[in-house]
Design a protein around this ligand. Structure first.
Ligand code: ADP
Ligand code: MG
Length: 362
């Protein structure tokens, strides 16, 4: 299972629509997935992530559209002829079979001989760090081990495309954090084109080369984690990824105006009828005394101050009544040096952190 990257395939989704009655599970989806990349479909429950994965796997036939693996049209190809490995949310293991029985299942379907089968099963189990577990029963395994068995079964026939639907959602947080990194390493080792589904934004940011944010059966934005966090295309994406507060602004030359005051930005201002300034709590600064002259500033009053262990979260009210939040480091384990509720404060925003997004309801 080495040098898979050269065998990996790009995936091209063109105008794929799938309806259930009046519901558009997928609404004219176009998506280009690069050969060997780790792409995540991220979106809330019911947004169409599983439906898109099932279309890729061949278990769901869309109403219309085209699907290419490399230069091969596969929209009418049966699942077992697509060369796709799949990990389901609930593992879908056979409880009465051993670990080796489960992992070997796709090989038996493909009529692989006994000795090659044993060798491949062992190799897949080694890859997911379950070497020597072949004879165990499924019900003797922990959640994390079951997940690895499902993963071994999905890679044992060396597919060129790997699809995973919320594979870590049943695990507790510590194990999930570790498995995220392990899956990422496994992808680097095997290099197959991977499409991963999650509703967890932090998981998506941790694992992905690129993320497609999905809502109402549409791709809202396709970008790498950094771009998605720093330059969200609209309010839905900004809200779904990270925390933020928003202020209504109007265009003013190359910058914008908020409540009569001009704000400088080094970022492009979108060409939209309605504009919002997006403020990430960790980018807003609490200014004391002298202010950098290049900083955008806001006079405000502290309305809440919350101690959160590794950091504090402050809410501050602006003269027009809107509220913004800022996060800062806790020093000496307390918030004692900070302003109190009711105190006036000056908040600063660097022009580089002054990000204006399309505020039109989309
Ligand atoms: P996600 O995986 O993002 O939670 P799904 O792809 O499962 O979303 O579902 C998208 C939409 O399609 C939802 O509104 C869901 O109720 C609907 N849907 C999905 N599968 C079916 C089905 N087999 N029959 C009817 N409606 C479905
Ligand atoms: Mg789903």
């Amino acid at each position: 299972m080495t040098d898979k990257a050269k065998d990996a395939l790009p995936i091209t989704v063109r105008n794929v629509t799938k309806t259930y009655g009046k519901v558009f599970a997928l609404n004219d989806v176009c998506l280009d997935i690069k050969s060997g990349e780790f792409l995540t479909l991220l979106g809330p429950s019911g947004s169409g992530k599983t439906t898109l994965l099932m279309v890729l796997a061949g278990f769901t036939r869309p109403d219309s559209g085209s699907l290419m693996f490399g230069d091969r049209e596969v929209i009418r190809t049966a699942p077992h002829l697509r060369d796709v490995g799949m990990v389901f949310q609930n593992y879908a293991l056979f409880p009465h079979m051993t670990v080796a029985g489960n992992v070997g299942y796709p090989l038996r379907l493909r009529k692989i001989g006994k000795s090659e089968m044993d060798e491949r099963i062992n190799r897949a189990l080694e890859t997911v760090q379950l070497g020597g577990y072949g004879d165990r029963k499924i019900d003797q395994l922990s959640g994390g081990q079951k997940q690895r068995v499902a993963l071994a079964r999905s890679i044992v026939f060396e597919p060129r495309i790997l699809l995973m639907d919320e594979p870590l959602s049943a695990l507790d947080k510590k194990l999930r954090d570790r498995m995220q990194i392990e899956l990422r390493h496994l992808h680097e080792k095997l290099g197959m084109t991977t499409v991963y589904v999650t509703h967890d934004q932090r998981e998506a940011l941790t694992m992905s080369d690129r993320i497609a944010v999905v809502n109402f059966g549409r791709i809202m934005q396709l970008a790498n984690p950094r771009q998605l966090y720093d330059q969200p295309a609209n309010r839905f994406v900004a809200d779904f990824i990270g925390d933020s507060t928003f202020l209504p602004v109007t265009r003013n030359g190359s910058g914008v105006t908020f409540d009569g005051a001009a704000l400088k930005t080094t970022n492009p201002v979108p060409d939209a009828a309605s504009l919002l300034l997006m403020l990430r709590p960790e980018r807003v600064r609490l200014l004391s005394g002298a202010t950098g002259d290049n900083m955008n500033t806001f006079a405000a009053t502290v309305s809440e101050l919350v101690y959160q262990g590794d950091s504090y979260l402050m809410y501050a009210q602006l003269p027009d009544g809107s509220e913004i939040s800022l996060r800062g480091a806790v020093r000496d384990g307390t918030v004692s040096g900070l302003p109190k509720v009711g105190d006036p404060v000056t908040l600063g925003l660097d022009p580089a952190d002054t990000v204006v997004i399309d505020g039109t309801d989309s």
